[in-house]
Ligand binder design. Structure first.
Ligand code: 6PG
Length: 471
């Protein structure tokens, strides 16, 4: 085959995400090749490829590379960590100067910096690209968060723009900056995802155990919420989950699932990065902590005996009121968790010189990704109005929305504390909001204590300089 007849891009790793993304590319007219050592994966790719003549496969690197146009463009969708380095190392002997490797998995941004440096020293381009939307998104339109050199991005721009989800015709992909910022932005996306999932779980718990709602009612409520201001992918799938029956037993599947939440690390990385940058993201921290607490099932079992306190059921005459408050409380908290994530991005942009455009990021999150939500339109508008906004809670339009719903968040948090339903993410979100909107905080006492026991000094309101007192 001549170069022009060869494949535009090759996929390393034909797991579900890799395979689906490749098929998506073929749907859009690109000629693609997939590589996997596992022959059954290559065979199933070729079987699924309805675009005859567009999809090719190979089980050896040599055969795979022969299928690709030069300079070679390779995209990897393999698990983060060691598998990424192994894949890179396996391919290096087959690469030529000017070739491009794209890591489209959930890699840690610091690893991406190291890999970029290492590969560029050998004459190769490297891109860190966040892809969100799960299996379905990869197949029919994900949100794509690319980082790398602009020159490298330009060689794959047409592919990414074609396969990405579209919102009002605009593709949910945009060049974000140097390599590691693609993975940084995806990491924060996942941190926000953890926060929203935990907040939704708390509303579920409140409705199930304090209001006594059944799965059918939960399905109906989340469905209604999805049609109103909470319109978002995570609310939509929550509604569908409560409608799903276990085919064998004709019971609701949700009640058959062990209530222990697993994680792959991206939420924790978001919290760790936020701690390093000293930007508070307490709702995300809490969401990670609650997954960790869910794992301690045996301890919680024992503690449930020691600390037994029955949950007080809320009277049915109050249900309608509490439902309205819950909807507003969740809206408020969701807005605040986006604000926390965006504030982290704003800080990382400065610290790592990413020069992120937060309005663009909010825009490309409006479709395809797990945290897509109608609310992102207004978040994008806030950053469009003021590019350097450190926190979108300072935007007047968003502040009106927060003010209009904050009393509901207070009502839910207070009631949850009274009846004994754990709603730590809702609670911490409210406290974050109260602290953020407080011009005064009791940190003067902390400074006094630090000076008292450690002579750490303090600053004064009425004089310049640093002071120490013999307390
Ligand atoms: C996405 C998802 C995806 C993955 C999460 C799950 O954007 O498509 O975020 O990346 O499903 O990483 O993360 P946990 O396994 O940590 O919940």
């Amino acid at each position: 085959m001549t170069n022009i007849e060869l494949c535009d891009i090759g996929m390393i790793g034909l797991g579900v995400m890799g395979r689906n993304l490749l098929l998506n590319m073929a749907d859009h007219g690109f000629k693609v090749a997939g590589y996997d050592k596992d022959k059954s994966k290559v065979d199933s790719l070729l079987t699924d490829a309805k675009e005859q003549g567009k999809v090719f496969g190979a089980t050896t690197i040599l055969d795979f590379m022969k299928l690709l146009k030069k300079p070679h463009k390779l995209i990897m969708l393999v698990p983060a960590g060691a598998p990424v380095d192994s894949a890179i190392n396996e391919f290096i002997p087959y690469l030529e100067k000017g070739d491009l490797i794209i890591d489209a998995g959930n890699s840690h941004f610091k690893d991406t910096d190291i890999r970029t440096q290492r590969l560029s020293e050998q004459g190769f381009h490297f891109m860190g690209v966040g892809i969100s939307g799960g299996e379905e998104g990869a197949r029919h339109g994900p949100s794509i968060m690319p980082g790398g050199s602009l020159a490298a991005y330009d060689t794959v721009r047409s592919i990414f723009e074609a396969v990405a989800a579209k919102v009002n015709g605009a593709p949910c992909v945009a060049y974000l900056g140097r390599a590691s910022c693609g993975h940084y932005v995806k990491m924060v996306h996942n941190g926000i995802e953890y926060g929203i999932m935990q907040l939704i779980a708390e509303t579920y718990d409140f409705m199930k155990r304090a209001l006594g709602f059944n799965n059918q009612q939960l399905h109906d409520i989340y469905k209604k919420w999805n049609e109103e201001k909470l319109n978002s992918y995570l609310i939509e799938i929550t509604s569908l989950i409560f409608d799903k029956r276990d085919e064998d037993k004709n019971q609701f599947l949700i009640d058959e699932i062990v209530p222990i939440a697993k994680q792959n690390g991206t939420g924790m990385w978001t919290s760790q990065s936020a701690m390093e940058l000293q930007i508070p993201v307490p709702t995300i921290d809490l969401a990670v902590a609650m997954r960790d607490l869910s794992v301690l099932a045996k301890q919680r079992e024992a503690a449930s005996m020691l600390y037994s306190r029955p949950i007080k059921i809320i009277d049915s005459t109050e249900h309608a009121d509490f439902l309205n408050h819950l909807q507003d409380a969740l809206f408020n908290a969701m807005l605040v968790v986006y604000a926390q994530g965006m504030a982290l991005l704003a800080s990382a942009s400065q610290k790592y010189a990413y020069q992120l455009d937060l309005s663009t990021i909010a825009n490309i999150w409006r479709g395809g990704c797990i945290i897509r939500a109608e609310l992102l339109n207004e978040i994008a508008a806030a950053f469009h109005l003021m590019r350097e906004l450190p926190n979108c809670l300072l935007n007047p339009n968003l502040s009106k929305k927060v003010m209009a719903t904050q009393e509901s968040l207070r009502k839910i948090v207070a009631k949850a504390a009274e009846v004994g339903i754990p709603t730590p993410a809702l609670m911490v979100t409210l406290s974050y909001l109260d602290a953020y909107r407080s011009a005064w905080l009791p940190a003067n006492l902390i400074q006094a204590q630090r000076d008292y026991f450690g002579a750490h000094t303090y600053e004064r309101i009425d004089a310049k300089g640093t002071f120490h007192t013999k307390w």
